[in-house]
Design a protein around this ligand. Structure first.
Ligand code: GDP
Ligand code: IMO
Ligand code: MG
Length: 445
């Protein structure tokens, strides 16, 4: 029995979908705990590509129960569309349980997300435009709707009338956006409630019962550590808690139930949307990484910004998530490069100070220049490697260096998007727990 959190260790899109799918083979349940359809998790099995936004990446295994916890935000049309897509492709979705307490993205949330981004102009966050921030805003403001609310028509309508009155004032008077019609929104969302009813449940209890049965439960993070609203590069973050701690809050279980935390990181770094990115490459090399890594958003199709591996970011992720081990993905994307850089610290332009820990102050971060260690590339294909020893010597050295700098062992290496294009160095679910060996380095590659 082991309950494992899979968390993004960078700015999202690290390959959490692929890693969760891989680990699902040994899992009984996979739980999404935060975020919404802003997530885009790609799973490729037998040449078939699945792009999942709200449904956990364990859904492709017929015996794995899938849970969407109360910490998520749900756009019902998107969720129903995803369920229909999976059904059409022959996937049984009756194993899906969705939290009655998950908050609902309403049409005004999407409109406000886009209108607020327009108003921010040059300071736009570069959100996915799916209403994520405004949905979490209303949740925190106690003016949101939960999925369970859609099932009680009369009281839903009364509250919707009150809330929509204010939202329409904001839309029309501040943003010059046409008002929404109460009857139309009500009818649409009551219908969603009816369609989602068979899936709705007290999911905190469902997860608790699985843990009590000593099932293997995987918690699939969305977004990444640096997009966390508290630990990330605020305000250029999402509105939820992607970090490992979010798994407990968002799925309604206690921290003592967690056995392992696996951080997923690319062998380089990407970021989509605005905000600081110290190791970003804005030159031809950045373009090359984007082309070879097919770095275009799974949800929005936007080009992802690309740069070198940032060990300062990695150290932050190791610390705030309590990482036991790492899954390093997309190693193959670096195959052709003659040399590689790893950012080991930042140097402040204004004071000359060298920082090894990621600064939380945006003004300080702005002053930071990455300090690099240059290592030789391997200029050979890794895509067919299935054991660590089969990797070119310089690729092995690159990975070992990352593990040593972060003081976190690497348990999984991905060398291509397919499920089989993976090297499992050590069983991340049942292997030794790093915290128990005191991080002596004995487990490092
Ligand atoms: P997620 O949001 O963390 O699940 O990641 P995304 O699915 O948004 O983005 C990761 C992209 O990289 C997807 O297109 C994956 O198919 C792809 N991918 C994952 N692992 C590898 C890998 O090791 N090599 C290559 N070339 N692609 C990978
Ligand atoms: P997965 O789960 C990468 C980014 C957006 C934007 C910021 C806020 O696939 O890793 P939001 O719509 O959440 O308010 O946007 O967060 N963002 C992601 N970037 N991967 C994601 O999810 C993301 N979800 C949101 O680009 O910068
Ligand atoms: Mg993604």
């Amino acid at each position: 029995m082991a309950n494992v959190i899979v968390v993004g260790a960078q700015w999202g899109d690290e390959g959490k979908g692929k890693v969760t799918d891989l680990l699902s083979e040994k899992a009984h349940m996979v739980v999404r705990y935060q975020g919404g359809a802003n997530a885009g998790h790609t799973v490729i099995v037998g040449g078939e590509t699945y792009k999942l936004h709200l449904v956990p990446s364990g859904i492709l295994y017929p015996n794995v129960a899938c849970v969407v916890g109360a910490g998520t935000v749900i756009d019902p049309a998107k969720l129903l569309g995803e369920i229909a897509m999976l059904q059409q492709r022959g996937i049984d979705v009756s194993r899906l349980r969705i939290a009655l307490g998950a908050h609902v993205t309403m049409p005004y949330h999407r409109l406000l997300d886009k209108a607020e981004e327009l108003r921010r102009g040059g300071n736009a966050i570069g959100t996915t435009g799916l209403g994520i921030g405004p949905t979490y805003t209303d949740k925190a403001n106690r003016s949101g709707f939960r999925l369970g609310d859609l099932l009680d028509g009369p009281s839903f309508k009364t509250r919707l009338a009150e809330i929509l009155e204010l939202k329409n004032l904001i839309l029309t008077r501040i943003y010059d956006v046409p008002a929404l019609d109460l009857e139309a929104v009500y009818a649409e969302y009551v219908a969603y409630g009816e369609q989602l009813k068979p899936y709705l449940d007290n999911t905190a209890l469902v997860v608790h019962e699985a843990i009590a049965r000593r099932a293997n439960v995987l918690f699939e993070g969305a977004q990444g550590t640096l997009l966390d609203i508290d630990q990330g590069t605020y305000p250029f973050v999402t509105s939820s808690h992607p970090v490992a701690g979010g798994a407990c809050v968002g799925s309604g279980i206690g921290p003592t139930a967690i056995d392992r935390v696996i951080g997923v990181a690319k062998a380089y770094t990407t970021r989509v949307g605005g905000g600081p990115f110290p190791t970003e490459l804005t030159d031809a090399l950045g373009e090359e990484l984007r082309r070879v890594g097919a770095e275009f958003g799974t949800t929005t199709g936007r080009a992802r910004r690309c740069g070198w591996f940032d060990a300062v970011v990695g150290r932050l992720a190791a610390r705030v998530n309590g990482l036991d081990c790492l899954a390093i993905t997309k190693l193959d994307v670096l195959d052709a490069l003659p040399e590689l850089k790893i950012c080991t610290s930042y140097k402040r332009r204004d004071t000359g100070e060298v920082l090894t820990e990621f600064p939380m102050d945006a003004a300080v971060l702005e002053q930071c220049e990455p300090q690099y260690e240059t290592v030789p590339g391997w200029q050979a294909s890794t895509a067919e490697c299935r054991r660590f020893e089969e990797l070119p010597a310089n690729a092995q050295a690159y990975l070992k260096r990352i593990a040593r700098i972060l003081q976190v062992p690497i348990s999984i290496i991905a060398v291509g998007p397919g499920r089989e294009q993976t090297i499992v160095v050590e069983d991340p679910i049942h292997g030794p727990k790093r915290a128990l060996v005191g991080g002596t380095g004995a487990l490092l590659l």
